[in-house]
Design a binder for this molecule. Structure first.
Ligand SMILES: Nc1ncnc2c1ncn2[C@@H]1O[C@H](COP(=O)(O)OP(=O)(O)OP(=O)(O)O)[C@@H](O)[C@H]1O
Ligand SMILES: [Mg+2]
Length: 227
């Protein structure tokens, strides 16, 4: 693993222009939340792999926690969990979101971990289940969301790509808002249209698109621009 892959720009450099971009995304989300509809459950996804979903989810969780809100980041990528690498948490927990989903008696607080960041907790994906989509397409997920919404002000869910597996679409119908990450020179326009249609079909609320610039900055971090 490259060193840069595990760095969280928003805590390492609270005043960098990139951290400011994350705060801009935060502001847009806050605006979306005040326009009538609450925004407690937020899904981060994209069309395909490696477009910057997890990087955005982790950094957004940090800048949201800065506002003194109680924030939970869920690693909802049950197939390729990577969000944990950004935080001081167990690297391969034997329990997590997948065990919570399959075991109705397990409580979220038994598997949620504290991070090094004040106000920010992390729910790891847990062991890879044989049937991630089935687990997510269950009433247990609704039940868990109800419990978690009581305990947190904001819940950010990192997810697999929308066009690769159905998991993100399943989440999208149960959350309050969806943020799509678009990566420069990579995300295909017709895929974006497909995603928009998929989200419409599941009655999801697309609250914004975050543009992930192609060039890494000198320090190995990426530019984020908001549309
Ligand atoms: N703008 C960028 N320029 C260069 N590399 C980037 C950029 N954005 C992300 N990356 C790198 O691409 C890889 C994927 O990023 P990240 O894990 O955030 O994407 P993802 O959409 O979550 O991927 P996956 O679909 O595999 O979960 C990481 O190694 C990350 O450091
Ligand atoms: Mg990811």
């Amino acid at each position: 693993m490259k060193e840069t892959e595990t760095r969280l720009i928003s805590i390492e450099n609270r005043f960098s222009p990139i951290t400011e971009q994350y705060r801009n995304v935060r502001t847009s989300i806050q605006f979306a939340a005040t326009s009538g509809n609450p925004l407690k459950l937020l899904l981060i996804t994209s069309t395909e792999q490696e477009e910057g979903k997890t990087t955005l989810a982790a950094n957004l969780a940090v800048v949201m926690a800065e506002t003194n809100k109680k924030v939970l980041l869920i690693d909802g990528d049950l197939r390729r969990a990577t969000a944990g690498k950004y935080f001081n948490v167990l690297s391969s927990p034997t329990q997590g979101f997948s065990t919570l989903l399959s075991n109705y008696r397990q409580l979220p607080e038994e598997v949620i971990q504290k991070t090094q960041i004040k106000n920010l907790d992390f729910l790891p994906a847990g062991p890879i289940p044989p049937n991630p989509s089935e687990l997510l397409n269950s009433n247990r997920l609704n039940q868990l969301f109800v419990m978690l919404e009581e305990q947190y002000d904001l819940i950010i869910i990192d997810s697999p790509p929308l066009l690769v597996v159905t998991d993100a679409q399943l989440f999208s119908s149960k959350v309050d808002g969806v943020v799509l990450v678009v990566r420069e020179n990579r995300t295909k326009r017709n895929n974006l249209v497909k995603c928009k249609n998929l989200l419409e079909r599941s009655n999801a609320r697309l609250i914004g698109v975050v543009y992930n610039g192609a060039k890494a900055m000198n320090d190995g971090h990426y530019k984020y621009y908001k549309y």
